[in-house]
Design a protein around this ligand. Structure first.
Ligand SMILES: [Zn+2]
Length: 59
């Protein structure tokens, strides 16, 4: 991109925001009503999860 040509600058400003919004909607769709939705596949009941707030002894 030449320094003086700003005609396509809108793409660099809007694409990251639209990507973030699409990621939020994809996350909400993938959750599908599950109470716990976390990057960890298995929660150890001895330890609290620092990502989703899962507490030991609770499902
Ligand atoms: Zn978790």
């Amino acid at each position: 991109m030449p320094a003086a040509d700003l005609a396509d600058l809108w793409l660099y400003l809007t694409a990251p925001v639209l990507g973030m919004l699409a990621a939020v909607e994809a996350f909400r769709f993938a959750r599908l009503g599950r109470a716990w939705f976390c990057a960890k596949l298995i929660h150890d009941d001895r330890y609290r999860c620092i990502h989703c707030g899962h507490q030991p002894g609770r499902r």
